[in-house]
Design a protein around this ligand. Structure first.
Ligand code: LLP
Length: 444
């Protein structure tokens, strides 16, 4: 996870040095555009803060996976927890994606976005019987089971419905993904998956349960992984397990590799999707398994930005605070994971001197910051700023803390844009709440 405290100005940012990838969000005449639309135009229409997604960038990210799996027996189930906006999910669905879901809410979203149930994989460490039932009734293609208790529960629920559930068992291969501790999942001390050393017993149990059909093995190592090594190590361990399981009499046809491939926030150099898929193809060769990939962040992260407006600038010693109308409730990653998101002014001033500042929200907590110790051209009230690489785990992790309405989401496609989730009015927010009947005011 990026937590690089070093200071960079927009002009020297490695993102700019890389070239190529920034075609979807770029300056034209010193104004930041999303594809063909100036962000200032969207701001004028929808107000700030807002999330903006580039359909072109989403398609380009998908295409890297589509190209990479050509010739492999593999499918890609978009991990919609990264960004579950219906328009985003539908865009991927129309390109052939399945969905990786973790709740009934995501199940309903995937179905509403047109994802065929058979292309849905249901992951998660604590699925309730009611959720398992909804998934089976919908006909999801695969349930990734993470504990022996869940095997028993799922067997019972499937029995009640008179069906057999297609499952994989998620194993925990005890591999360090080298990422932020809050988003690493494949080490023994993490709550996820069944310890690889206990996996044979779990498969034996699953094999005895009449309403389960064991199809394969699943893993997921963590998120924002910027090296191939953890995957290589884990695949090696799972390969050995698959060999043992086959000796034990299980037919293992599927291997779900999970998600986790990292993106660029600052100066990370994550492997290309092609390199990643090529490595997986090589490491799984001869295994005879159909592969599933569950990318989330890699498909949406760099395809989205958060745009905010400067409310006021508070000069201080030793640094200046730029107070903007986007806050930790809109994007919690900086304060939750010490994540580094690039901040740029929407109107560029290429030769302006920079000042060191913190970009903070208006919420009454010192943890309410989007960026600390950045060198940016001087900003003034009314200026717009853009927070980059905010397409993943941005809007989906937002809250209404301080009664701040959820920031709207906008999708741009070429020169068109549309609001794909409007900003709720305060009245709408309040109308969801009730006074208890015994309160005097409620009776009047
Ligand atoms: N599959 C499973 C089973 C997962 O748990 C996850 C993410 C994914 C796939 C997708 O991982 P991705 O490709 O997006 O890395 N909120 C955190 C990230 C949490 C990831 C949780 N699991 C953040 O903002 O960094």
């Amino acid at each position: 996870m990026a937590s690089d405290p070093s200071v960079r100005s927009a002009a020297t940012s490695p993102r700019f040095a890389r070239g190529g990838k920034d075609t979807f969000f770029s300056y034209k005449n010193d104004e930041m555009h999303a594809e063909g639309v100036p962000l200032v135009t969207i701001a004028a229409q929808v107000g700030t803060p807002f999330y903006c997604y580039s359909a072109g960038a989403l398609r380009a990210a998908w295409q890297e996976f589509a190209d990479g799996i050509k010739g492999m027996r593999a499918n890609v189930c978009y991990a919609m927890k990264a960004n579950s906006n219906l328009a985003v999910v539908r865009l991927f669905g129309e390109l052939g994606a399945g969905s990786d879901i973790v709740s009934v809410g995501e199940l309903q979203r995937a179905l509403a976005a047109g994802i065929p149930a058979g292309r849905i994989v249901y992951s998660g460490v604590g699925k309730k019987p009611s959720e398992l039932m909804a998934a089976l009734q919908a006909g999801v293609g695969q349930i990734n089971v993470e504990s022996t208790a869940e095997l028993e529960t799922l067997n019972a629920v499937a029995g009640q419905l008179g069906v057999r559930a297609d499952i994989t068992i998620r194993v925990n291969p005890d591999v360090d993904a080298g990422t932020h501790e809050k988003i690493t999942t494949g080490r023994k001390e993490n709550k996820f998956g069944i310890d690889i050393d206990l996996a044979r017993d779990a498969f034996a149990l699953a094999g005895r349960l009449p309403h389960l059909r064991v199809r394969g093995v699943a893993m997921h190592l963590g998120s924002q992984i910027d090296s191939l090594e953890p995957y290589r190590g884990a695949i090696g361990r799972v390969r050995e397990l698959i060999a043992q399981l086959r000796t034990d009499g299980h037919s293992i046809e599927r291997f779900d590799i999970g998600g986790g491939l990292g993106i660029v926030y600052s100066d990370e150099r994550p492997p290309s999707v092609a390199e990643f898929l090529h490595m997986v193809d090589k490491e799984t060769s001869g295994l005879g398994c159909e592969l599933t990939f569950e990318p989330g962040r890699r498909l949406v992260g760099e395809a989205g930005v958060l745009v905010g407006e400067v409310i006021l600038v508070k000069p201080g010693v030793p640094k200046t605070f730029v107070i903007v109308d986007a806050a930790m409730n809109d994007l919690i990653r900086p304060t939750l994971y010490e994540a580094w998101h690039e901040i740029q002014p929407v109107r560029q001033r290429p030769h302006a001197a920079t000042i060191r500042c913190d970009i903070v929200g208006p919420i009454c907590e010192s943890g309410d910051f989007l960026a600390q110790d950045r060198d940016l051209p001087p900003l003034a009230a009314g200026d717009l700023i853009v927070v980059r690489s905010a397409g993943a785990y941005g809007a989906v992790m937002a809250s209404t803390y301080n009664s701040r309405p959820l920031a709207p989401e906008v999708m741009v496609d070429g020169t068109r844009f549309a609001v794909v989730r409007p900003r709720p009015t305060i009245e709408e927010m309040l109308s969801a709440e009730r006074f208890p009947p015994w309160m005097e005011s409620a009776k009047s």
